[in-house]
Design a protein around this ligand. Structure first.
Ligand code: GLU
Length: 282
């Protein structure tokens, strides 16, 4: 049948590259918005930097723009940390510390679910700090290294923390500190509040480029295996929970609009990055 023939026809890579180039040209001169300055080090970013990268589960990569330019992952770390917490502790325990409901509020809202006293979801700062508290280790540096190692496997190259961004966020992160102490008050995180915050700030300060982020997204899409190295990075069994929460909560107070307009699980970060996942595809 015609429809079957269409769906099994080989993908023409040059057509996809043409589309990526077209989109790049269309949006490269958009200068809406502003770089984040509430973490002073992020204010040094050049708003003209722009790149698009699309990685497929069969290992094809299409790209345009400043593809190698590094920036910090910021909140794009949150789905991966949630994945690690689910793998380590299981669904039931993780759900005692964080919910899966959209909050409809900004990323840094100082608010917990009034009924359960949990953060609404792991994509807002409160939930991500609760998750960081779950995946940190007795040695703070070991907890950070475990995260960096996992992200490096997903990206397919060794990644590192931007110490200047980490210091900058540590010095100015009083709102996140307030959120963490509120959660400590309700017994959502343990007494090692500073260690949990350090884990969270370090996760956000991971340096990535656009190619890395595309490979991480493709690793989710590819049932947990990096499509180029073939390494199994994430447990397939829990990816579905992560993608669901990305879909409903990944864009904070724009999550509903994003789901309606774009319709993909996605996560943004104040470093300027955003990624989406087409499950089993790219
Ligand atoms: N590190 C940032 C913060 O906690 C992440 C926020 C974001 O990227 O949305 O404020």
């Amino acid at each position: 049948m015609a429809t079957e023939a269409a769906s099994t026809a080989p993908v023409d890579g040059s057509q996809i590259q043409d589309i990526v180039d077209e989109i790049y040209e269309k949006y490269r001169n958009v200068d809406d918005g502003a770089v984040a300055t509430y973490i002073p080090e992020l204010g040094k970013a050049d708003p003209k930097d722009f790149a698009i990268c699309l990685a497929t589960v069969d290992g094809h990569v299409f790209k345009a723009g400043d593809i190698d330019k590094e920036f910090t992952i910021q909140s794009m770390c949150k789905p991966f940390a949630f994945q690690m917490a689910l793998e380590q502790w299981g669904r039931e325990k993780v759900l005692k510390h964080v919910g899966v409901e959209p909050s409809g509020d900004a990323f840094n809202s100082i608010e917990l679910d009034p009924k359960s006293t949990r953060p609404f979801n792991p994509m807002i700062n409160a939930g991500a700090i609760a998750i960081a508290s779950l995946i940190k280790k007795d040695s703070v540096e070991a907890g950070i290294q475990a995260f960096v190692d996992r992200m490096s496997d997903a990206a397919g190259r060794q990644l590192r923390i931007d110490q200047d961004v980490l210091n900058s966020e540590t010095l100015t992160g009083n709102r996140n500190r307030a959120i963490a102490y509120l959660m400590r008050n309700f017994g959502i995180i343990d007494e090692h509040v500073n260690e949990s915050l350090h884990q969270y700030f370090a996760q956000c300060s991971l340096l990535v480029n656009t190619h890395d982020v595309a490979m991480m997204a493709a690793t989710f899409a590819n049932m947990g295996a990096n499509p180029i190295t073939g390494k199994r990075v994430f447990d397939f069994q829990v990816i579905k929970y992560v993608l669901t929460v990305m879909f409903t909560c990944g864009l904070y107070d724009y999550a509903g609009g994003w789901a309606y307009e774009v319709g993909l699980p996605a996560k943004s970060g104040v470093g300027g990055g955003i990624f989406g996942v087409v499950n089993r595809q790219l």
